[in-house]
Design a protein around this ligand. Structure first.
Ligand code: WTA
Length: 650
């Protein structure tokens, strides 16, 4: 890009009025696999034809008989009768090609350690682990839980499960033992794979102790596999009877293994996420459609070429990690960088140092990370050469203009377009996102991808006019869609499908469409908070507070935060005799406020970041006794509440 182009873009940004357009430069357009964005979207109008065409990029053991079966809505089936295996497509098929010795995963961390595994090396490790799992009695359809940091063994274990048809369930390593127990018992896992610890800000966080605590309440678990990741354990003597070192487990295992022939609709994984009510939901994804959806979207949105070095900072404990840190890049035969640690340790230049060192070409992260790094100024992005970067991406929450601008100017040096991708754990794949050739509007994820159908509707499901805010719904099925909530079909139908007519899927987000058809996300319509990009249910936090002896009742809302997006604000009715600013117990010097913080953190893990706690005498409620969080939200935002009686749930 020449200097004049750069300065025009910068000028455009400086004159930002919330609606300006940033166009890609010629180099981006020249490289792009998809040259004509509108035409590509048109191609997706016939969804069955489009997705069947995209499914051809994968290796099927047997082709499907029918692309889409809508006969049992909302239990859609994709690629009916098709037989396929994920590990085979992500790994085995590449080792027969010139990619055999290409690096598949490049692991690094905040300490600067490095592990590179070629496709062939990864293939052998996966096979050994797959054989080991078989020896532990794991069969097709059995569940395996993982509580691991971002390390090669996590990738190997996930792929080993998919190879033999076991259903994996990765639990984010920042969650508490309470959350681990809930997630393991729900799916009755026989095997749990964990690690001694994980590196974070120069310390080692002990993961094993969380598992030890959890195991007291997980009767189905027969074997705990321990990755001695940080080298904390010296000796087998340190292990208990049902625990085995990962290294020991795979020792002597053969390095070849068959691939289970999976039906396109066989379960692939279960991933828990927070909803607006009750316990976390076990989002169930199946095999064929998921693979087609994620491979297509990664290729189109990030323009993946053979010589790319892809880096998604999404942890495999969340959907971004599953779909785009691990599976999609391997399905495309790309190299994926996995990083363990904090974004600002040993200093806030650690990510940029990695970009320079390895020549990262595509970089995908969350706005909260950008806002955090922005606080350290421009010093660190200037210290390193970021010229290798070609495309940037954003995920997890709306990206505010300041963060967009910083990303565009400081990381991308006004050369690299930013792909703002809107999607969900449930959608499995990007749904609203541009492609590199698109004209961008900072803060908008632009338009639905080809083969994806979106509308913005009112309470009755009728489309609202352009410019008006409404409920964001998905109007037609898509291949990577989740198929159910594990063991809870009633909730699956109730939460997502029964709200609007015509089989519209309720996303839980509010949005508006502008005159050019660009979609702007306007927050959630339900009681789900987004804290540093993580989904946290208000009800879960309330239950955590309520389980403390000092608390009678709680209402929780999201409080705006300049870095994390939202933090928890809790309104507490305390039992008599308690005060937030007095010691919790006689003779203790821990104030109740601190004690509650500890208590909630223990229940939910560090993802539940408390911003504020206030003690109140009463909470606004409907006539049927439900807490009206929206009144608290409106008050917090300083909005006029008007006639609150009309808000009653009659
Ligand atoms: C929000 C993360 C605005 C949204 C992949 C959605 C976004 C929820 C964006 C899903 C974006 C995600 N712009 N909002 N680009 N991406 N969201 O399941 O509220 O952790 O419903 O999946 O995050 O969060 P989840």
């Amino acid at each position: 890009m020449d200097k004049t182009e750069k300065s025009t873009d910068q000028q455009k940004l400086a004159n930002h009025n919330g609606d300006q357009v940033v166009s890609p430069n010629n180099k981006v357009i020249e490289r792009a696999i998809v040259k004509d964005w509108d035409r590509e979207i048109q191609k997706g109008e016939d969804i069955e034809k489009y997705w069947a065409m995209e499914a051809e990029q994968l290796d099927w053991f047997k082709k499907w008989d029918e692309v889409l079966d809508e006969s049992e809505k909302p239990y859609y089936k994709w690629f009916v009768g098709g037989k396929i295996n994920l590990a085979y497509n992500a790994i085995d098929r590449w080792i027969k090609t010139e990619k055999r010795n290409k690096i598949a995963i490049l692991y690094t961390n905040e300490r600067g350690d490095e592990i590179k595994l070629t496709y062939y090396e990864l293939y052998r490790e996966i096979n050994k682990m797959a054989n080991a799992l078989l020896n532990l009695g794991i069969k097709k359809g059995d569940t395996v839980s993982m509580y691991l940091p971002m390390c090669p063994e996590l990738v190997i274990s996930m792929l080993a499960c998919t190879k033999i048809g076991a259903v994996h369930s990765a639990i984010y390593s920042g969650l508490s033992s309470v959350a681990v127990v809930e997630r393991i018992n729900d799916i009755k896992s026989k095997v749990v794979i964990t690690a001694d610890g994980t590196y974070r800000r120069g310390k080692i966080i002990n993961l094993k102790s969380v598992i030890d605590e959890a195991m007291l309440q997980c009767p189905t678990v027969q074997t705990v596999v321990l990755v001695n990741h940080t080298g904390r354990y010296n000796d087998v003597a340190d292990l208990r009877g049902n625990e085995i070192f990962y290294e020991r487990l795979i020792e002597g295992e053969g390095d070849s293994c068959y691939n289970e022939v999976m039906d396109a609709e066989d379960p692939l994984f279960i991933l828990y996420t927070s909803g607006s009510t009750g316990k976390p939901k076990g989002v169930l994804h199946t095999t064929g459609g998921y693979m087609v959806g994620i491979a297509t979207t990664l290729r189109n949105v990030f323009d993946i070429h053979d010589n790319d070095l892809w880096w998604s900072t999404g942890d495999a404990g969340w959907i971004t990690g599953h779909s785009y840190t691990i599976y999609a890049p391997l399905l495309l035969g790309s190299t994926t960088l996995i990083y363990e640690g904090a974004p600002d340790f040993p200093d806030p230049g650690v990510w940029w140092k990695i970009v320079e060192k390895y020549g990262v070409t595509k970089f995908y992260t969350a706005p909260t990370a950008i806002r955090h790094l922005m606080r350290f100024g421009k010093k660190y992005t200037k210290l390193y050469n970021l010229d290798s970067l070609k495309i940037l991406g954003s995920v997890g929450e709306p990206i505010n203009y300041e963060a967009w601008k910083w990303m565009y100017e400081e990381i991308g040096k006004c050369r690299t377009p930013i792909m703002d991708t809107w999607w969900q754990t449930e959608t499995g794949m990007h749904m609203i996102a541009p492609m590199p050739v698109a004209d961008l509007k900072p803060g908008s994820a632009t338009k639905p991808l080809p083969g994806v159908n979106i509308a913005i509707v009112d309470e009755e499901g009728a489309e609202v006019k352009k410019g008006k805010k409404g409920y964001l719904v998905i109007t037609k099925p898509w291949p990577a869609m989740f198929r159910s909530l594990y063991n809870d079909e009633e909730r699956f139908e109730e939460v997502y499908w029964n709200h609007f007519p015509d089989g519209f899927y309720k996303t839980g987000d509010m949005a508006r469409m502008d005159e050019d058809g660009y979609i702007w996300i306007e927050g959630r319509s339900d009681d789900v908070l987004k804290i540093a990009g993580h989904r946290v249910g208000a009800v879960e936090v309330e239950s955590a507070f309520n389980s403390h002896p000092s608390v009678n009742e709680t209402a929780v809302i999201g409080k705006e935060d300049p870095v994390k997006g939202q933090l928890i604000k809790a309104f507490l009715i305390l039992n008599s005799g308690y005060d937030l600013d007095l010691p919790f117990k006689d003779g203790s010097n821990t104030m109740l406020r601190e004690e509650l913080k500890r208590h909630v953190r223990h229940s939910l893990g560090p993802v539940a970041v408390l911003g504020e706690m206030v003690s109140v005498d009463s909470l606004p409620k409907t006539k049927s006794g439900k807490i009206m969080r929206r009144i608290l939200k409106a008050k917090e935002a300083g909005e006029d509440l008007g006639d609150t009686s009309t808000l009653d749930d009659l």
